[in-house]
Ligand binder design. Structure first.
Ligand SMILES: C[S@@+](CC[C@H](N)C(=O)[O-])C[C@H]1O[C@@H](n2cnc3c(N)ncnc32)[C@H](O)[C@@H]1O
Length: 392
């Protein structure tokens, strides 16, 4: 077999020989797709394969992903106070609706463990805690973590393979919508193009082709600022996921947490190259073709489009606020104060973690929480002071 062509990766930590061999296998599967598609696939298909191809993709194979020795750190990995605070919002809804908690993309299982632990303390356990996780390896990690951390609640946890046909209770998804593969649409000299991946001398290479998908063109035409050359993501798959969940909701609240903007900020003239990013060993890189299978590929969330999808599915926007506002409204600072002696190392660690979650310079402002509701009429506790739904 020919050695796989490499990309310039100066100053990045080199993958191990095993990891490189894995990435070569992912790359070969992608090359086969490109060849079968006559030499070009949309970036959305490339990302789908790089992240989720059966047995190979970043989220379904064994890459470390989360935490200090992975590629990125998410809020539940930073502090258990994140889940403990969100449990206040989840409990408020469950006391009205009863039913289940459904978590999409539960990652290492940290949020599930923290939520269940806090719901036990509040005597407000859901009937079931359902986890929809595409990654088989992640499911195993979640099961092991939950067995260790919340053994008494484990009997209520189930892993599901598809969206439930109907649900009552709470759906929660932290940093899931950013992991749904987007299309990248380009407008250059007034022509509509779609960014995709082709092969040039055996190397995966980005290439723009004329855009034929009328629905995608209509979406981009409505979103992009007028006149200028522009490239950005459109994510109909993320919107379709939220709309399906909304249609299936009998009574409940969907809590969608992620980094992103309202449409007016997302498709700002100055953001003319979009938000697509690759995360590899705590570095944010622009090249989505870097070591497929070993790196996360994400884009920011257009919360206006997601809210619109929820409303189309019959839910109402019950709140939209920064992560900092929601966590403070849910009492994270009281929980921090309860950690103990302010001079203790545990307290000092907790302060630093909460600072990361709340600081506008870190996660507090870029990360937002969107709440969609059906048959839950009371104002949601997490949006008491910071609601900016009117900006969606
Ligand atoms: C960035 S990770 C976030 C993990 C976790 N929620 C956290 O906060 O640490 C993205 C997760 O979303 C999952 N995911 C992606 N698409 C999904 C979908 N359509 N339904 C459910 N989970 C999905 C991935 O498998 C992965 O577990």
């Amino acid at each position: 077999m020919q050695a796989a062509p490499t990309r310039p990766t100066a100053q990045l930590p080199e993958p191990s020989a095993d990891a490189q061999a894995h990435s070569d296998r992912v790359r070969e599967a992608i090359v086969a797709r490109i060849t079968a598609a006559n030499g070009w696939i949309p970036l959305a298909d490339y990302i789908q394969a790089a992240l989720y191809a059966h047995g190979l993709g970043y989220y379904v194979a064994g890459a470390r992903k989360f935490g200090e020795d992975g590629d990125f750190v998410t809020a539940p990995e930073i502090s258990p106070l994140f889940g403990a605070a969100l449990a206040v919002q989840v409990a408020q809804v469950l006391r009205t609706t009863g039913g289940d908690v459904i978590e999409l993309g539960a990652g290492s299982g940290a949020l599930a463990a923290d939520l269940l632990g806090a719901l036990v303390q509040r005597d407000c356990l859901p009937d079931r805690y359902l986890i929809l996780e595409p990654g088989a390896e992640l499911r195993e990690r979640q099961r092991a973590g939950l067995a260790q951390r919340v053994p008494d609640a484990l009997a209520r946890v189930r892993w599901i393979d598809a969206l439930p046909p109907s649900w009552r209770g709470v759906v929660i998804a932290n940093e899931v919508l950013d992991a749904v593969p987007p299309h990248v649409v380009v407008r250059r000299d007034g022509r509509w193009l779609e960014r995709g991946v082709t092969l040039k001398e055996g190397m995966l290479t980005l290439a723009d082709r004329p855009l034929h998908d009328a629905a995608l063109m209509a979406l981009a035409g409505a979103a992009f600022p007028p006149d200028i050359d522009y490239a950005s993501e459109m994510n109909p798959a993320a919107a379709a996921l939220v709309k399906s969940l909304a249609l299936a909701c009998v009574a409940g609240v969907m809590l969608l947490l992620d980094y992103g903007f309202v449409a007016g900020e997302y498709y700002h003239p100055q953001r003319s190259q979009g938000t697509l990013m690759t995360h590899y060993r705590h570095r944010a890189l622009a090249d989505p073709l870097l070591w497929p299978g070993l790196a996360d590929i994400t884009s920011h969330v257009d919360f206006s489009a997601i809210a619109h999808a929820g409303v189309e599915g019959g839910m109402r926007v019950a709140g939209f606020a920064s992560q900092a506002h929601v966590l403070v409204d849910c009492g994270i600072l009281d929980r921090l104060a309860a950690v103990g002696d302010p001079a203790s190392p545990a307290y000092i660690r907790a302060v630093s973690a909460v600072q990361k979650l709340l600081s506008p310079a870190e996660m507090g402002e870029l990360f937002k929480v969107l709440a969609l509701a059906r048959r839950v009429d009371a104002p949601l506790v997490g949006f008491a002071t910071g609601d900016r739904s009117h900006r969606l």
